[in-house]
Design a protein around this ligand. Structure first.
Ligand code: G1P
Length: 300
């Protein structure tokens, strides 16, 4: 039996060009979603799933991510002197016994290339990949990862990939999987027979889109090393997964359950949707935000 997964790679190297000018001098992963930067949700999800060694793949103009996860004793001292325990609590994500590692992807060579930079960090173990600009939402946001890790171990999988159904007209924006059975049930691993990155409109082989969370065996790094760059010169993670499937390796999907969904901040509309849903359901300010929206909607 393989060891439990303790390591995660969080790619956060994308340039965020679709969010300019907001991302001119700050990483898109640091854009606030409600009261926290987006990438903090990803880290907290990993922590809640028991994963405490996290490698974040950054790049130029991404230094704010490192600062965000760095302890700040001076700030804590000032807050303590002011008796502001609530704000000290808000910084507790830093002290959860998590080790952070960073490496840079200096050239835009794609998601697969970014992940391949984590090979020596992972060092022959199983690992998680959680995209730094994508959040999971649900009663327990870490539940999918926990279940995927369990399935990965039980099935000795090469990969388990979170997926969710998307409308037909959006399939060209995602990695799309082909499961061994049609319409696979949520919350259960189902073997894949193929996967394709961003199929052209009208050519998607299903409506099940890759949802930003993966577990991998170390075989993924061999596959990434063999992938041929796409037309834009980028190494796609999806192509490496496809290679694993073609090699006969056991690759499974894990379909998100009702009430669970993926959000991203990759473009302004998806960022607005994410911010609104998280703000409107915020424990502390959600009620006020909903009241405000109700009053305001008379004007819309
Ligand atoms: C990436 C992956 C894609 C996946 C998507 C959401 O695309 O390449 O397969 O469906 O994340 O998880 P991106 O949004 O970075 O273009």
């Amino acid at each position: 039996m393989s060891r439990p997964i303790t390591k995660a790679i969080v790619p956060a190297a994308g340039w965020g060009t679709r969010l300019l000018p907001a991302t001119k001098s700050q990483p898109k992963e640091m854009l606030p979603v409600g009261r926290k930067p987006a990438v903090q949700y990803v880290v907290e999800e990993l922590q809640a799933a028991g994963v405490h060694q996290i490698l974040i793949i950054t790049g130029r103009r991404k230094r704010a991510i490192e600062d965000h996860f760095d302890a700040d004793p001076d700030l804590v001292r000032v807050l303590r002197e002011a008796g502001n325990e609530a704000l000290i609590e808000a910084l507790s994500y830093i002290e959860a016994g998590t080790q952070f590692f960073y490496t840079r992807q200096s050239t835009p060579q794609g998601l697969g290339h970014a992940i391949s930079l984590g090979a020596s960090f992972v060092d022959g173990e199983d690992c998680i990949v959680a995209l730094g600009d994508s959040l999971l939402w649900g009663p327990d946001p870490a539940a999918p990862l926990r279940a995927m890790m369990q399935a990965h171990k039980e099935l000795q999988a090469a990969a388990v990939i979170a997926v969710e159904a998307v409308p037909e007209e959006e399939t060209h924006q995602y990695g799309i999987v082909v499961p061994e059975v049609e319409d696979p049930p949520p919350g259960r691993p189902v073997r894949l027979t193929d996967i394709v990155e961003k199929p052209r409109r009208g050519t998607a082989p299903s409506n099940l889109a890759v949802a930003a969370r993966y577990t991998f065996s170390p075989l993924i790094f061999n596959a990434l090393a063999r992938v041929v760059p796409d037309q834009r010169g980028e190494i796609q993670l999806t192509d490496a997964i496809r290679l694993l499937i073609q090699m006969g390796e056991p690759v499974y999907l894990w379909r998100l359950r009702p009430g669970e969904r993926r959000y991203d901040i990759g473009n302004f509309f998806s960022y607005f949707r994410t911010f609104l849903d998280f703000a409107l359901t915020d424990e502390r300010y959600g009620y006020l935000a909903r009241q405000y929206l109700k009053a305001k909607s008379y004007e819309l």
